[in-house]
Design a protein around this ligand. Structure first.
Ligand code: WTA
Length: 630
């Protein structure tokens, strides 16, 4: 694999990756263990879409994450695990121990009926066994579908149903800050409507009292005692599915983004090595939850592919207090720290008293991901955490892209606050106008598309290929459409301006407005609702809901509480609206379409300049909405 070490080399490599993509990506794949080498590097079209990388190649990603490193790194730490409560004992795993645990748990899965191609749902907090569970699935060729531990029973069941999962791996409970969350109880509730699930494997984390269903539920620890640690890695086709990860879109239910084995492996590893410039023996810490793509790619697969040592953290940045991140960085001498703008803003707001007692002198590179980082947060991060000596890599990418797409290369690319800067090798971004015409040149703004495949591009949406086509490849034929707006400045630097569709980004979590609306509408007294995002100091975006209630005399505070409870039940507390305005009507056009533009302005506090309202069916509702704005 080639490592870029200067900006001149970046430009050369970039050009080579565009002029000769197949040669370029073949080279990046050479170092891995392939059970059979590929016959052809790439076959693609963005119309069906059909995208195949490393065609005919056979591999198992866990051999490349684990077995391949054993001769040189058996006793090197793969993970330091830091528990939610700092008083609890921390745990660490060497590559050898991790390999052994993964092989054993892979045997547990087999013993419980799992086979290549089966879907397995994983619903766990950030415990080391979560990593073990993912890798054990990959070891035997089962497809993992991790559901973020903060999702509700109802959100869990719809994800299990969508991909017909056969096994669920969960914990009894989860510790999150001072809370104790009854995970197994939520699983039991979810499984009432999931006939495809025949086994539940339960790891005891909190020792909470739980019900075990005879014949269905087994304990992780009991099962591990019954197996040995010999488990040959299943040979997988490069294009066999590695995992499904559900993410929100602008319409309908969350969709299962499909990633496959070969291309995902090559691309996540390439980006990790280059963007962070990881050096042997460094300690890397990505604070994302493994329930999201950042955790899949940069807590699990990429660092292991690189033979790195990582920290995984069970807790939250503000527990027991807002110094936790900085304390953990000093404790493990973290060199590369990768987090989200929302965390940076929350810790900035907590004040420097939480930062000052810590050295933070091990840090070499800082990263940001998940949402646009505002200039102020960037500067604060740079000055107070990086001490103005650590390059900040603002990495733009998506669940669908598998790995980082537009990002500085640490120490190589000159950074600029708020800018993701330049495309990584192999990535061909284009900006288009509403009609799909490409906008050339610099100092321009448009919708961000990519015109050529990279190895870890989304392959499909599980069970519904047409949906994948409609979502990403139809809006601008011949291009992959990201859903993001973007500016290219005078120097060709890219700045992501945010979503241009009905997807919100709340504390770095992707949430569809339609999803929240349909959850609110489950409330018996709500006839209709409209949800929009508005700028929020800490969360990036907050959720503003306009609701129409059938009962005119209903107590407003009670209704608000009930709506929050409903959203928590249907999706999870991450999707709770920050503001709920009760209205008697919504601004609709004569054809019945809600004019969200107006609602967005009201939510933003912009009450004077609402634009053209003449096409509204009933312009009077706007006055009422304005008068009641929160
Ligand atoms: C947003 C997370 C600005 C963007 C990896 C994208 C960003 C969505 C950045 C994907 C960034 C992610 N700057 N915006 N550095 N990174 N985004 O699928 O709107 O959870 O489309 O993947 O987050 O969110 P997802």
């Amino acid at each position: 694999m080639s490592r870029i070490t200067s900006i001149e080399q970046y430009h050369q490599e970039y050009k080579r990756s565009i002029d000769h993509p197949e040669e370029f990506w073949a080279e990046q794949a050479e170092q891995f263990v392939w059970k059979k080498k590929w016959d052809r590097v790439l076959d693609w079209n963005f119309i069906d879409p059909k995208i195949n990388w490393y065609i005919g190649g056979k591999l198992n990603i866990t051999e490349n994450c684990l077995d391949r490193h054993l001769p040189a790194r058996a006793d090197q730490i793969a993970y330091y695990w830091e528990p939610n409560d700092p008083a609890e004992k921390a745990v660490q795993f060497t590559y050898k121990q991790l390999h052994e645990q993964v092989c054993k748990f892979a045997n547990v899965l087999k013993k419980n009926g799992a086979k290549k191609g089966d879907r397995i749902c994983i619903y766990m907090p950030m415990v080391p066994e979560l990593v073990i569970a993912l890798l054990a699935c990959a070891r035997i060729g089962a497809i993992h579908s991790v559901v973020f531990g903060g999702f509700s029973a109802s959100a869990l069941s719809s994800r299990i149903q969508d991909s017909d999962c056969k096994i669920v791996i969960a914990t009894d409970g989860a510790y999150r800050a001072a809370k104790d969350i009854p995970m197994k109880e939520l699983v039991d509730e979810a499984l009432e409507v999931c006939p495809s699930v025949s086994k539940v494997i339960v790891l005891e984390r909190t020792q909470t009292k739980i019900k075990m269903v005879a014949g269905r539920d087994v304990f992780w620890n009991d099962e591990m005692k019954k197996v040995n640690s010999d488990c040959a890695a299943e040979p997988m086709d490069a294009e066999d599915m590695l995992f499904i990860l559900y993410t929100s879109g602008s319409t309908g239910k969350p969709k299962g983004v499909v990633h496959t084995c070969g291309g995902y492996m090559v691309y996540t590893h390439y980006t990790f090595e280059n963007v962070f410039q990881y050096r042997d023996n460094e300690v890397f810490w990505c604070t994302a939850d493994i329930g999201w793509i950042t955790g899949h790619s940069y807590c699990v697969y990429a660092p292991l592919l690189a033979g790195a040592t990582s920290v995984i953290f069970e807790g939250v940045p503000t527990y027991p207090d807002a110094s936790r991140f900085w304390q953990v960085i000093d404790k493990y001498k973290v060199n590369i720290f990768y987090t989200a703008p929302t965390a940076i803003r929350a810790l900035e707001a907590a004040g420097l008293n939480f930062v000052n007692p810590y050295q933070l002198d091990s840090l070499r590179v800082l990263g940001s991901v998940g949402e646009p980082i505002n200039e102020e947060a960037w500067n604060w991060y740079n000055k107070n955490i990086g001490k103005e000596k650590c390059p900040i890599v603002d990495t733009w990418w998506q669940t669908e892209t598998g790995g980082m797409m537009i990002s500085p290369i640490a120490g190589v690319t000159l950074t600029k606050p708020g800018f993701a800067t330049l495309p990584l090798p192999g990535i061909q971004p284009v900006l288009v106008d509403e009609k799909g015409n490409e906008i050339f040149g610099n100092g321009v703004e448009g919708n961000l598309c990519i015109k050529f495949p990279w190895p870890s591009i989304i392959r499909s949406t599980y069970g519904d290929h047409e949906r994948c086509k409609q979502n990403y490849f139809v809006t601008y034929p011949g291009l992959y459409f990201t859903g993001d707006g973007c500016r290219r400045d005078e120097n060709g630097y890219y700045r992501i301006t945010g979503r241009v569709d009905d997807v919100m980004n709340v504390s770095g979590h992707r949430i569809g407005t339609a999803e929240v609306e349909s959850a609110i509408n489950m409330h018996a007294d709500i006839v209709e609702s409209a949800v929009v995002a508005y700028p929020h100091d800490i969360k990036g975006q907050g959720i503003y809901a306009f609701v129409i209630c059938t009962k005119k005399n209903k107590d407003k505070d009670a209704l608000r509480k009930e709506i929050l409870a409903e959203v928590t039940k249907v999706i999870g507390s991450i999707a709770k609206p920050d503001k709920i305005q009760i209205v008697s009507g919504l601004p609709k056009t004569r054809s019945g379409k809600i004019m969200r533009r107006i609602l967005r302005k009201v939510a933003e506090g912009e009450l004077t300049n609402l634009g053209d309202t003449s096409t509204l069916l009933d312009p009077a509702v706007v006055d009422e909405i304005k008068a009641g704005a929160l």
